[in-house]
Structure formats: C-alpha cells, structure tokens
Design a protein around this ligand. Structure first.
Ligand code: B12
Length: 117
C-alpha cells in the first residue's frame, strides 16, 4: 500500500549499514517480478514486507514459484502486519521467520548472521 514501504526501507538501510549488499525492488511487485529478480541477482535471502493483509496469498505463491524455478534454496523471510495465527501456515509453505512490528533492526541482523552461511 502507498507509504507502507517504510518498514522495508528501514530494513534495507539497517542491513546495508550492517555490511550486506541489499537490492530493494520497490512497492507492489508481483510474485513473478520478485522471484525473477531474486534469481537474476543470485540472492542469499529474499525479504518480503506486507502490511496489506494479502500475505497468505502472496507469500506462498512466491515460495512455490521459487521452488518451481529451481531456487528453493533461497531463504525467505518476512515482516509487516502478519497476525500470529497466520505464521504457522506461512512457515509450512517455506517462510523461515516473521519479524513483526516493533522488531529491533539489530535483532534481524543478528538472526541473519546466526542462520545464513
Ligand atoms: C503509517 C501508516 C499509514 C500511512 C502510510 C504513509 C506514511 N506516511 O507512513 C497512511 C496514513 C498513508 C496509511 C494509509 C492507509 N493504511 Co495504514 N498504517 C500505517 C501504520 C500506522 C504504521 C505503518 C508503519 O509505517 N510502521 C513503521 C514501520 C517501521 O514498521 P513496519 O512496517 O511494521 O516494519 C517493521 C516490522 O514489521 C518489520 N518488517 C516489515 N517489513 C519487513 C520485511 C523484512 C524482510 C523484515 C526482515 C522485516 C520487516 O521490521 C520493521 C522494523 O521493526 C500501520 C499500523 C501499524 N501499527 O503498523 C497502518 C496499517 C498498515 N494501515 C492500514 C490500512 C487499512 C490503511 C488504509 C487502507 C486505510 C484507509 N482505509 O485509507 C490506507 C491505505 C493507503 C493506500 N492508498 O495504500 C492497516 C492494514 C490492515 C490490515 N493489514 O489488515 C494497518 C495495519 C492499520 C490498522 N490497524 O488497521 N497508513
């Protein structure tokens, strides 16, 4: 939604400041656009931000497209307005972790260092 990329931008900046190379693809990308950018850029992690309530549709679609295109090894993480009750289903679809509103950016950096080679 308009302006709701603030969280995504905060995460981009904090990961960049922590030394990661970050590629931000912008608001309202389709699952196809996201998956094709992730594959072209050969990313280690794909981060998804959703505040619109459409995560239960869009996240599994992205995860399944990644698998279909042979990129199921990319770690997918997410954040935004994602109700607690939706998290188990998203994890079942392959999402590794969800960072809800109020998460400290340092905790996200720490999670990546601990969980990604
Ligand atoms: C600010 C805001 C707006 C602003 C946005 C512009 C601006 N100037 O900022 C304005 C006023 C324009 C707005 C409008 C609307 N909004 Co609004 N908005 C918000 C609000 C209050 C805060 C969002 C925000 O900026 N948070 C600050 C950032 C830093 O936090 P964050 O995005 O959550 O990110 C953190 C984590 O979630 C996580 N994270 C997020 N993404 C990612 C990604 C990765 C990879 C990782 C690792 C972590 C991560 O890390 C961040 C740091 O902790 C939220 C409610 C809320 N409390 O979140 C509602 C909210 C998102 N809005 C909502 C709605 C409904 C709307 C409107 C549709 C309302 C309307 N009827 O007009 C419109 C849509 C406008 C449009 N055309 O698209 C709803 C969405 C409902 C839903 N999902 O079911 C919410 C949840 C409010 C509510 N409780 O109803 N909104």
């Amino acid at each position: 939604m308009d302006g709701h990329d603030r969280g995504a931008k905060v995460i981009c900046r904090s990961l960049r400041d922590a030394g990661f190379e970050v590629i931000y693809t912008g608001l309202r990308r389709t699952p196809e656009e996201i998956v094709s950018a992730a594959i072209q850029e050969d990313v280690d992690i794909l981060g998804l931000s959703s505040l619109s309530g459409a995560h239960n549709i869009l996240f599994p679609e992205i995860l399944s497209l990644l698998k279909k295109k042979g990129a199921g090894n990319i770690t997918v993480i997410g954040g935004g307005i994602i109700p607690e009750k939706d998290i188990p289903g998203l994890k079942k679809a392959g999402l590794k972790v969800v960072f809800p509103p109020g998460t400290k950016t340092a905790d996200i950096v720490e999670w990546i260092h601990k969980n990604i080679e």
